[in-house]
Design a protein around this ligand. Structure first.
Ligand code: PMP
Length: 314
């Protein structure tokens, strides 16, 4: 990972070395933070950096903050503008990953959410693929861990402490020789991966677990559902999926800001479909990468340019 040079911290952009919290910090001690993960894509033809759905990302982040009883003094548009300032200060001209974080900033002891002040910080760095293996052939195993449920720590928000669940899941998968894991929720149905949403293809339809299956309300998931329906004419169904149904899928894929769209080609050592990336996932990846770089006019509104374009002089 390349290190960021700056961070937005305590209300202003500072050199990254100055963005530090105390060992007494509430979020460090109790996991009482909520983070986001967002990307900006470099479009070399236009010499422009495009943020992907920043308002949706900041809306979800502020909602996660609400779950922790942290209200920020900025709305989502203001947070997007702060982010653009940060990216321009870094002067990035390549794909980057952005990590905004809402956290309980109090220094002191006391496990509770009320009457504990919060703050916001953000940094960004150049970033390629998240899954280290090839994103066209991800090998997956079902986890022995269970997905946290909404009445334990809500999976619909990106609550920092909840990511111990994700870390246990990811570590088990990698130590067992897989690239990634699928996790069952308490009711025994498929939820998602350690940090990505999941789809299967059966009889030509794309199927994904519903928001009530203890999944993160993924922004890539929403985007992919729209692209499958509107661009590719594929029927998308949100419903519960059983473990063995995954074994019988024609195709399967993960989606998320980190993985983008990644073909799952085996699960529990069983090939999915032909055992190679299928045509629907291949096409979806092609559409997705055009959309995020601002190359499909109908979806240009999902992107936001970081660098102000100079008006052409007459
Ligand atoms: N599920 C989990 C648990 C995640 O951490 C992520 C990554 N943010 C996702 C799904 C995908 O969400 P998004 O498309 O909004 O990045």
């Amino acid at each position: 990972m390349s290190m960021p040079k700056y961070a937005f911290f305590q209300g202003k952009i500072v050199p990254i070395e100055q963005a530090k919290v105390s060992v007494m910090n509430h979020a460090l001690n109790y996991g009482t933070a909520a983070f986001g993960g967002m990307r900006a894509y470099w479009n070399d033809d236009e010499k422009q950096l495009f943020l992907f759905r920043p308002i949706d990302h900041f809306n979800r982040l502020r909602n996660s903050g609400k779950l922790l009883m942290i209200d920020l003094p900025w709305n989502s548009e203001q947070l997007r503008d702060i982010l653009c300032d940060l990216l321009r200060t870094e002067d990035f001209h390549e794909n980057v990953y952005i990590r905004p974080l809402i956290y309980k900033s109090m220094e002191g002891i006391g496990v509770k959410l009320h009457d504990v002040p919060g703050d916001f910080t953000m940094f960004a760095f150049p970033f390629g693929n998240y899954i280290t293996a090839d994103n066209t052939a991800v090998k997956v195993g079902f986890s022995s861990w269970t997905r946290i449920n909404d009445n334990m720590i809500p999976a619909r928000g990106k609550i920092a402490g909840a990511y111990v669940n994700s870390a246990l899941i990811k570590t088990e998968a990698e130590l067992n020789g897989f690239d990634e894991a699928l996790v069952l929720n308490e009711s025994g149905h498929v939820s998602e991966a350690s940090s990505a949403n999941f789809f299967i293809v059966r009889n030509g339809k794309a199927i994904t677990p519903p928001l009530s299956a203890d999944i993160l309300e993924g922004i890539t998931r929403t985007s992919v559902i729209a692209l499958l329906r509107e661009v590719m004419g594929v029927e998308v169904v949100e419903r519960e999926i059983d473990r063995t149904e995954v074994y019988l899928a024609e195709e399967a894929f993960f989606c998320g800001t980190g993985v983008q769209v990644a073909a799952v080609t085996s699960v529990d050592h069983r090939p999915i479909g032909t055992g190679k990336m299928g045509p629907m996932v291949e096409k979806l990846r092609e559409v997705f990468f055009k959309v995020v770089t601002g190359k499909i006019p109908e979806y240009r509104h999902w992107t936001h340019p970081v660098y102000v374009t100079e008006p052409v002089k007459a």
